[in-house]
Design a protein around this ligand. Structure first.
Ligand code: OFO
Length: 171
């Protein structure tokens, strides 16, 4: 049964995913301003990935005849600290989103909603990847934080991040 409580919680999660998109777009603008185009690109790909996450919930709600309610998206910060600070913020943000997804899963279990449980398994796996990639970049920028040529080298590598594939095209 698709309860109103669960539908409201998914609408909140759609908002949280769009906030994530907005946050990473703000980080992309920050790195553009800092002349670190590879990191700006990495954040832009992350922004695109978050839009995919939001839209997967959006489609799921529509497929089940539920009403999507879009809410105002909070403004992300416009000022950020060092490269290490930014990637530490990415990791902390993803850890927070992981707990939101886990809470949603707990709710879907409580409500006995099997389709939502099935959908959320995709997000649970995705969050493992999200935390892994943020944590890898964070470790590496920490290693070179006092060595600008190292930062530039990582910037070049991050420029190679491929565009995310929408789930429908993976099948
Ligand atoms: Fe949607 O996973 Fe990041 O926030």
């Amino acid at each position: 049964m698709f309860t109103e409580r669960l539908q409201n919680a998914i609408n909140d999660q759609i908002n949280a995913e769009f906030y994530s998109a907005y946050l990473y777009l703000a980080m992309s603008a920050h790195f553009e301003a800092e002349d670190l185009p590879g990191m700006a690109h990495w954040m832009r790909m992350q922004y695109e990935e978050e839009v995919i996450h939001a839209m997967k919930f959006f489609d799921f709600m529509n497929d089940r005849g539920a009403r999507v309610v879009l809410k105002a998206i909070d403004a992300p910060p416009s000022e950020f600290g060092s490269v290490v600070d930014v990637f530490a913020e990415v990791l902390a943000h993803e850890q927070k989103v992981t707990s939101l997804i886990h809470n949603l899963y707990t709710l879907a279990l409580e409500e006995g909603d099997y389709p939502t449980q099935s959908l959320l398994k995709w997000y649970i796996d995705e969050q493992v990847e999200e935390e892994k990639s943020a944590s890898e970049v964070l470790s590496r920028v920490k290693m070179v934080q006092d060595y600008p040529p190292g930062v530039l080298m990582i910037d070049q590598e991050l420029a190679g991040r491929a565009a995310p594939t929408p789930p429908a095209q993976e099948e």
